[in-house]
Design a binder for this molecule. Sequence first.
Ligand code: SF4
Length: 379
Amino acid sequence: MKYIDEFRDGALARRIAERIAADMRPERRYRFMEFCGGHTHAISRYGVAELLPDAVRMIHGPGCPVCVLPIGRIDQAIGLALERGVILATYGDAMRVPASGNLSLLRAKARGGDVRMVYSATDALALARAHPQREVVFLAIGFETTTPPTALVIRQAAKEGLANFSVLCCHVLTPSAITHILESAEVREYGTLPIDGFIGPAHVSIVIGSAPYEHFATEYRKPVVIAGFEPLDVMQAIAMLVRQVNDGRAEVENEFARVVTRDGNLAAQTVVSEVFELRPSFEWRGLGEVPYSALKIRPSFAGFDAERRFDLRYAAVADHKGCECGAILRGVKKPTDCKLFGSVCTPETPMGSCMVSSEGACAAHYSYGRFRDIEVRAA
Ligand code: SF4
């Protein structure tokens, strides 16, 4: 297949669904976690869940970069904009994440903070060049996909000697989060969250390759199928996972072979390790403190580290009382389990981070799936 619409072919999707149904073992249930928000979005948008047999349940994982950003980190960025007078640059979705005191970066902007939306890390660097008299801080979020561009701009700023540019680094790591989920009480002890396998991320795997997932197959006996973001990619990945489960295999398979290799993008990995090192611990929204799950800027680039430059201290902040984002990000609850879903909390008025980005489970469910659920509950 060559063109995007071929990966959205409804007739082919139904054929794959029939094949999955034919492969089902009687009385067997299959629970797969799609780690990545891009897959959550595709599953909701294209009605993938509706095509699947009832015995297959998809569990939404924590792979939406905006959703896992803890309130304390947004508070730091808001403080820089409102109290330290910096130009705070970040991606659009991050501006709407609810923070302390009923604020968000967007609301901080309305209060006079100089908050700018950028499309790329390069745009943030351009702001620093254009405003040499002002401090410019880039709030850098995301998984392994967005980390290399951040590393490149830090390296470029060092080369140019840009003294007014720094990065508030909130980049997080996919394999550490999967390990954390597999080690969680819900999965290991209580059995409340049985996971039979994972759909591995698409874009992240282009950078890190498929090798980092082999650990989950060998150590935890969990099949992983790396998949693209189109609906047929997801359907095919589910079919491959079902076959692995039926055969008693736990392997890393690569459905997204048109882009992902075993070793990934070595040039991107090199620049990332030149600029960043592991943090001993980092707070994720919903998962809490996760060891070695995020990156910080190496001492050799300390001048570009906003945490050092502005002597920032991190303080954890609890989520809104009624918000179930934490449980949803751990895969323990569904968006419709939250009492605020669709009433108080909508994409226009998000109360929690899962309703902000289109990759968030609540936003995806609100936009594409909630009416079906409401009908089912009413029946
Ligand atoms: S619906 Fe809103 S308040 Fe409820 S879990 Fe989702 S984001 Fe949080």
